[in-house]
Design a protein around this ligand. Structure first.
Ligand code: 13P
Length: 251
């Protein structure tokens, strides 16, 4: 069985004080022992969050983005080597906000970043997902396939043990309108079938596929019986006490 996984993407939110509150809440909370948690604060607070986290290996700290080079003249980028240096083991890559809002990251660049991170010993939460127009046009799966293909081409089979896929339909992010468990399950199943076609049955059964988009403390439990939903990538609710309920939603 795949280990349930809950990521918290703080995005560009938080202060030293609020991040302390969130990490300490998890330090003290009763957490499901069969769930992997990765908290992703803004880069500036990674070292701090990692230092005050007392729940490793259950709870890990991760970055929200990394670059394709470890060092050099790349102003403003995050280095996977620097992450390793401060004991960070995870990063999010390919988030829709980096694809469409703060940068124009394309599938090739995201694949390159993913390969470089894994080769450098950093695990990746790889985000995919369609825009509302694409959903309306009935091309959700085509979009997800297109987003995954360059990464599939670059990674070895062994590399996939360091990747968690997050399916985040863009129309559900930050809108309060989560996909229904049935709709999410259908897409997750289709993504897994595609992975099976490309990577084989065994590997496709091992890769975790998270749902992201307005997941919260109340709706998380409604995804409980969905076979291909292996966890959540949570934005807004990861900043709140209800994040603990999401972590514990599979108990
Ligand atoms: P919300 O949970 O705020 O909708 O954000 C989801 C997300 O983008 C996580 O990466």
């Amino acid at each position: 069985a795949r280990t349930f996984f809950v990521g918290g993407n703080f995005k560009l939110n938080g202060t030293k004080e609020s991040i302390k509150t969130i990490v300490e809440r998890l330090n003290e909370a009763k957490l499901a022992s069969n769930t992997e948690v990765v908290l992703c604060p803004p880069a500036i607070y990674l070292d701090y969050a990692n230092t005050i986290n007392k729940r490793s290996p259950l709870v890990k700290i991760g970055a929200q983005n990394t670059y394709t080079k470890a060092s050099g003249a790349y102003t403003g980028e995050n280095s996977v080597a620097a992450l390793k240096d401060i004991g960070i083991e995870w990063t999010i890559l390919g988030h829709s906000e980096r694809r469409t809002v703060v940068a124009r990251e394309d599938d090739e660049l995201i694949a390159e970043k993913t390969k470089f991170a894994i080769d450098s010993g950093i695990n990746v939460i790889l985000c995919i997902g369609e825009l509302l127009e694409e959903r309306k046009a009935g091309i959700t799966l085509d979009v997800c396939k297109k987003q995954l293909l360059p990464t599939i081409a670059k990674l070895t089979k062994e590399d996939w043990s360091h990747v968690v896929i997050a399916y985040e339909p863009v129309w559900a992010i930050g809108t309060g309108l989560a996909a229904t468990p049935e709709d999410a399950q259908e897409t997750h199943k289709q993504i897994r079938d595609f992975l099976k076609e490309k990577l084989g049955a065994e590997l496709s059964e091992q890769i975790r596929i998270l749902y992201g988009g307005s997941a919260n403390g109340a709706n998380a439990v409604t995804f409980k019986d969905k076979a291909d939903i292996d966890g959540f990538l949570v934005g807004g609710a990861s900043l709140k006490p209800e994040f603990v309920d999401i972590i514990n939603s599979r108990q």
